[in-house]
Design a protein around this ligand. Structure first.
Ligand SMILES: [Zn+2]
Length: 123
């Protein structure tokens, strides 16, 4: 299952952060999931709940943020949000567009001991 392997690498990433920070109890893991990442939020949550007790405390929470798909036009460099999978520049109508956001799963922050939030850990 796609979600399980994502959670596995996510938990490994968090473990490293906790080790660098000198340990502590992880209370929340905040993750951004792109609309195009192919991740089913419900399956992601289920896999997380299933796997987190073996690594961290079972009351460690997953906070999911769904991010819209953003693309940039390779002709006029216009940036726009992709709606309904319309991969076409709204300015010049070219279909040569590049997705710059929304196709990945990104770790945003990790809360350790509830009063200690580490920001900017995106890889
Ligand atoms: Zn364009």
């Amino acid at each position: 299952m796609h979600e399980r392997s994502l959670i596995r690498s996510l938990l490994r990433q968090v473990e490293q952060i906790v080790a660098v920070e000198g340990g502590g109890k992880v209370t929340e893991i905040r993750v951004q999931v792109g609309d195009l990442s192919g991740v089913e939020p419900l399956l992601f949550q289920t896999a997380f709940d299933d796997m987190v007790p073996s690594v961290f405390s079972s009351d460690c929470r997953l906070a999911l943020e769904i991010v819209p798909v953003t693309a940039v036009c390779s002709e006029c460099e216009h940036q726009f949000e992709i709606v309904d999978f319309q991969f076409r520049c709204p300015e010049c109508q070219t279909k040569s567009v590049q997705v710059i956001q929304g196709d990945e799963v990104t770790l945003i922050s990790v809360s350790i001991n509830s009063n200690n939030s580490i920001e900017g850990v995106a890889s």
